[in-house]
Design a protein around this ligand. Structure first.
Ligand code: NGQ
Ligand code: ZN
Length: 398
């Protein structure tokens, strides 16, 4: 925790570092709550998600992403790593500019004033074994050539990492190529989220996904392994030793019925993690961390908790997953808020994480600029109006 009085914030202010949101698919904010009735499993949810994204225009994505980023800022996230795979037009044809869709994300991040790590996604295949991507994936697929040009174009304008979607979506050769292209940049990949994925990987290679990745790729501090839900003890130890960051997205993982990452064993092994709002069923780091803690208490039937340490570790791991570097990202909490009043130090952060459902975030500085003042985003009203118009358009189209 940082104290006030540095000239930027009032002497008595409670200031905590802004939380990096290390995994986002912005467009999914607009379908949160839309796929809760059918039951089914992860793969059926994915079909619904594919049908939803098929109707989105760049203008829609810009409006959705701006609203999402405002909501993230209001809750204390100050930067977002956008795992962006919506590259092509609805019919799968290329837009004139390879960055047409990515530009909608960049414009939204600028409008909201959130820090952005752009993660253009390499998506080529429909599963282990290298079968071509399917119909529902037509908006994701770029040639390696076009992908390399997209990375280069984006990198000239914003911080960029490289993101092979998953071991399902690229061949080993394509993965190696992407890692080469990344150089020193961050590398993010989805891995081992579903047991079905673990089984398919075993059938394909004889190895579990995390094991396969650690055996075949130079996994190190540059890497963010998103989900990594299903790891055995050896995989956990090796992943911790690699110094990669586990990208935990607890509320989405709960929503999709993924399973629970073995967090305690991983932390005991010295593992690093950060948090992401992923499908945006929640846009609050508090809810993300609270669930992360509560699920382990339920599992172990203990009150073992990391308390305030959760926030510190998630922030540290998040910064690493963004490629490091210092930004002026601060969150000012309202010390007079009923949830916080009378608390100080770590017990104040505990109260933020575990006390009730109010939002004591008062002001937010992202990248050196105040974007939330007195609980209100400086451009929030107009961004919300754009979002409402976009939602009405989209729902009429579905
Ligand atoms: C995604 N989302 O890319 O949006 C994925 C689902 C997949 C999450 N895993 C698609 N939460 O993994 O194939
Ligand atoms: Zn994801």
């Amino acid at each position: 925790m940082i104290s006030g009085g540095d000239g930027l914030v009032p002497e008595d202010a409670v200031v905590v570092p802004g939380v990096p949101n290390l995994h986002s698919h912005a467009f999914q904010r607009a379908m949160a709550g839309l796929a809760e009735r059918a039951g089914g499993d992860f793969w059926q949810w994915r079909e619904t998600m594919y049908r939803f994204l098929a109707v989105l225009t760049p203008e829609d994505v810009r409006a959705i992403a701006a609203q999402l980023y405002v909501e993230c800022l209001l809750h204390g996230y100050t930067s977002v790593a956008e795992f962006h795979y919506l590259h092509n037009a609805p019919d799968g044809g290329a837009y004139d500019a390879p960055a047409e869709m990515a530009n909608a994300i960049i414009a939204a991040a600028e409008d909201a004033g959130i820090g952005l790590l752009m993660l253009p996604v390499l998506y080529r295949r429909s599963g282990f074994g290298g079968a071509p991507a399917g119909e529902g994936q037509r908006r994701f697929v770029l040639s390696q050539d076009r992908y390399a040009r997209l990375v280069e174009d984006l990198a000239a304008r914003v911080p960029v990492g490289v993101a092979p979607h998953s071991l399902r979506a690229v061949t080993p050769e394509e993965l190696a190529w992407a890692v080469e292209l990344a150089g020193e940049r961050p590398i993010h990949i989805h891995i081992a989220e579903q047991t079905g994925e673990v089984e398919a990987c075993l059938a394909w290679s004889g190895a579990r996904p995390v094991q396969w990745l650690l055996d075949h790729a130079p996994v190190d501090r540059r890497w963010c392994l998103v989900h990594a839900t299903h790891c055995d003890a050896t995989e956990l130890q090796r992943m911790a030793a690699s110094e990669a960051v586990a990208g935990l997205c607890q509320t989405t993982e709960a929503n999709l019925g993924d399973g629970a990452f073995p967090l305690h064993a991983y932390l005991d092994a010295g593992g690093r993690f950060g948090i992401g709002s992923d499908s945006h069923v929640s846009t609050s780091p508090v809810e993300e961390l609270r669930w992360l803690d509560y699920i382990r208490r339920l599992e172990t039937r203990t009150r073992r908790s990391l308390g305030a340490g959760l926030l510190d570790r998630a922030t540290e791991g998040g910064v690493q997953a963004f490629g490091g570097g210092a930004r002026q990202d601060f969150v000012v909490l309202d010390a007079e808020h009923p949830a916080l009043v009378g608390r100080s130090g770590a017990s104040l952060v505990d109260a933020w994480l575990f006390n009730g459902n109010g939002n004591p975030v008062r002001d937010v500085m992202a990248g050196g600029a105040w974007v939330v003042r007195d609980g209100t985003h400086i451009r929030g009203e107009r961004i919300a109006a754009d979002f409402r118009a976009a939602m009405r358009r989209i729902m009429a189209r579905l």
